[in-house]
Design a protein around this ligand. Structure first.
Ligand code: PEP
Ligand code: MG
Length: 363
């Protein structure tokens, strides 16, 4: 378990006294969550749930779910995943001991989970008791030419509400369980990815609220929770006022927001952006250091419109920029409540947030 040494801890405490913004971590495994806490994270700002399904024990059920033809079959496969997902969240809530935890619903295009080899197709076909040929055809059907702009994020929850319902149930049951075990109240923050229209968020929020009602009635218990959204598409930033009517928090997903604002693939940009930098077209890689003029304008606009619509709207950032000092200074200037970054960047973020706050006070 990493630890901050005595002198360094003392400096960090001075920094903590000076900063305004909270610092959270992006974490989905217990190890990451523990590291985050050891480095002083004050919560989890992004738990990417998709990584939890790649585990060997789960990928088969996930594949069954995706390749099923009917909602009933999908629900049956999701029922196998529910206890595992619940256990994931119980562990995270326990480690975070009452600190805020933002859990994001499934985000990537479903085909990421699909069987890739003949052997894998055969394995899923056997588990489902169906013909391998049919599964191969179904796998091909799910192919997308442009998956990052395709069937992902909240679009999945619209097409397959049962996935979001399973995740919401796992979150609420885990919150109740963890609160009972630790004695500390758990207030889950459920985050909907890739929202571009208020109506998308409203639809998914409706699903979440319905599940909350059912689970809480079953348990005869009460629990507070928040539903919010990522702001990671230009359209979301442009209609932030309307979206804030549905959202209790915004978290800026500046990885996707940079990708979609520039129209540059976040997965393929590094090489030509380096050429751009060498030729003086850009000063820094916008996927590393927030592009204040373009992406930053959208962030500022969304923050203002969001808060104008909903007073006290909680604002954070969970893209990679949340751990970059120059970007953190921008977040301070815009008035975000917290930054969230990889656990190992938490100490840097604490220092950068303090420096940014001191500079702002000095102005
Ligand atoms: C983002 O888009 O900035 C983000 C945090 O989400 P992901 O990197 O998982 O797409
Ligand atoms: Mg994203």
């Amino acid at each position: 378990q990493p630890e901050l040494s005595g002198d360094f801890s003392a400096i960090m405490e001075w920094a903590d006294a000076a900063r305004r913004m909270k610092v959270r971590a992006n974490a989905e495994t217990p190890a990451d969550a523990r590291t985050a806490r050891a480095f002083g994270a004050e919560g989890i700002g992004l738990c990417r749930t998709e990584h939890m399904f790649f585990d060997e024990a789960r990928i088969l059920a996930m594949r069954e779910m995706i390749l099923s033809d009917t909602q009933q079959e999908r629900r049956a496969a999701l029922a196998k995943l529910l206890p595992m997902q619940r256990a994931d969240f119980v562990e995270l809530f326990e480690i975070m001991a009452g600190l805020p935890v933002t859990i994001r619903l499934l985000d990537p295009p479903l085909h990421e989970f699909l069987p890739k080899t003949e052997e894998e197709i055969g394995e899923v076909a056997a588990a489902m008791g169906v013909d391998a040929e049919r599964l191969r055809a179904r796998t091909e059907e799910l192919h997308e030419f442009n998956p990052m702009l395709g069937h992902r994020g909240c679009r999945l929850a619209v097409s397959y509400p049962e996935i979001a319902e399973m995740q919401a149930r796992a979150i609420f049951e885990a919150a109740l369980d963890a609160a009972k075990r630790t004695g500390a109240p758990v207030v889950p923050e459920i985050m909907v990815p890739l929202v571009g229209m208020a109506a998308e968020l409203s639809f998914v929020k409706g699903l979440i609220e319905k599940v909350a009602k059912t689970v809480l009635e079953e348990a005869g218990a009460q629990i507070d929770y928040l539903v919010g959204t990522m702001i990671e598409l230009p359209r979301a930033a442009l209609s932030a006022g309307e979206i804030a009517g549905e959202a209790e928090f915004f978290s800026f997903g500046t990885n996707d927001l940079t990708q979609t604002t520039f129209g540059i693939s976040r997965d393929d940009a590094a090489r030509f952006l380096e050429t751009y930098r060498k030729k003086g077209i850009i000063e820094a890689d916008p996927f590393v250091s927030l592009d204040v003029e373009g992406v930053g304008t959208l962030v500022r606009m969304a923050a203002q419109q969001g808060r104008a619509r909903r007073q006290g709207l909680k604002l954070g950032i969970c893209g990679e920029h949340g751990g970059d000092p120059a970007s953190i200074a921008f977040c301070e200037a815009v008035g975000l409540d917290y930054v969230s970054c990889s656990p190992f960047r938490v100490p840097i973020a604490r220092l950068a947030a303090a420096q940014a706050a001191c500079r702002t006070q000095a102005l």
